[in-house]
Design a protein around this ligand. Structure first.
Ligand code: NAP
Length: 313
């Protein structure tokens, strides 16, 4: 296949599913950071980077690319990109908002049901034949529960929509009250005391660093459940492990972690937590939509100097 020659080559940062790498390769000549060592002249030719939002891009890499103009991340979060530095150099950063809302919302509901009804354990119970020896432990019903959303943006609202048939009450916390239906709490601890379930869907970064800590988990209480589909940095993981271990809260379901992939963490040994490998947007359909939006950002930037969904924060 002949690649269009008008777009400069791209550096890919991080691993992409094969179908996505293939699609990107139809539009751009792709290189990875190792290629920079093989061909030093490449440093000058790279004008764009494509990455995924669960990777942290080191500033040192960007410093080696004098003509870099754009970093297109596949994802909403951009807390892994050194924004102060990109801003200082006028490098455009783009993300892929909205196209992944539904997939992430589906996962949030799935994780919540998985922890409340012990779905991973239930699967093992049947597979291992334990069902033939004893009854399965009772779970917790979702109906009638109070749900506290920590952050009520694009994804938070999609999650709340999906709660409609579950017969629950939804409230939210954020820095600003919105003209929306759910009850607003201007204080996270008060929301945690009110809620049976806390769903974390605010951005990561310095403003939300470990806002979920021992104090908040105590307020959530022994019947409380925590779901995190936002960023691992929002939760103090040591406090969470302690709270899960000593019954301060009932359980947690986590798609995101402080360090990813999750290494040898106590979380892996706790029975009252459901773990997922940062897979909120990981469906064929959604990842392709995200890639198409990233491609549009790159091609528009290289053609007109303006991206479709630049990050403004
Ligand atoms: P969004 O539309 O920008 O919504 C973020 C919400 O968080 C807003 O309601 C905002 O309200 C609130 N917020 C911001 N700063 C806050 C703070 N310091 N304290 C409390 N609330 C705060 O973002 P989104 O598209 O819903 O995405 C949310 C996050 O989900 C992303 O940033 C990303 O980290 C994560 N995500 C995860 C996955 C996954 O695979 N698990 C996939 C996509 C996205 P105020 O401004 O009023 O505070």
């Amino acid at each position: 296949m002949t690649l269009p020659t008008r777009f400069p080559p791209l550096l890919t940062f991080g691993a992409f599913p094969e179908s996505i790498a293939h699609r990107l390769g139809q539009v751009f000549q792709l290189y990875d950071p190792d290629d920079l060592n093989v061909d030093p002249a490449l440093h000058d030719r790279i004008e764009g980077i494509v990455t995924r939002s669960n990777y942290r891009i080191p500033q040192e890499l960007l410093e080696r690319l004098p003509n870099l103009g754009i970093i297109a991340t596949n994802g909403v979060g951009y807390d892994g990109i050194p924004l102060a530095y990109t801003k200082s150099r006028g490098i455009v950063v783009t993300n892929t908002p909205d196209v992944l809302n539904k997939a992430v919302a589906e996962l949030a509901i799935g994780l919540l049901l998985a922890i409340l009804r012990h779905l991973p354990q239930a699967d093992q119970f049947v597979r291992t034949g334990a069902w033939q020896t004893r009854p399965f432990p009772l779970g917790t019903t979702l109906a009638g529960k109070k749900i506290g959303m920590v952050g009520f943006g694009r994804i938070g609202k999609e999650i709340a929509k999906r709660f409609a048939p579950f017969d629950v009450d939804v409230a939210y916390f954020g820095r600003t009250q919105q003209q929306v239906e759910p009850v607003y709490f201007n204080d996270l601890k008060t929301l945690a005391s009110y809620a049976d379930v806390l769903i974390v869907c605010c951005p990561g970064g310095p403003d939300t660093y470990q806002i979920i800590n021992a104090d908040i988990l105590r307020a959530l209480g022994p019947a409380g459940v925590l779901v995190n589909i936002s960023r691992g940095s929002v939760i103090n993981e040591a406090d969470l492990c302690k709270a899960l271990g000593d019954g301060t809260i009932l359980g947690a379901a986590l798609d995101v972690f402080n360090e990813e992939p999750l290494a040898d963490s106590p979380l892996r040994r706790l029975g009252n937590v459901v773990l997922a490998p940062h897979m909120g947007s990981a469906t064929h359909e959604t990842r392709m939509e995200m890639a198409e939006l990233a491609i549009q950002n790159l091609t528009r930037y290289f053609t007109y100097g303006q991206a479709v969904t630049p990050v403004t924060g």
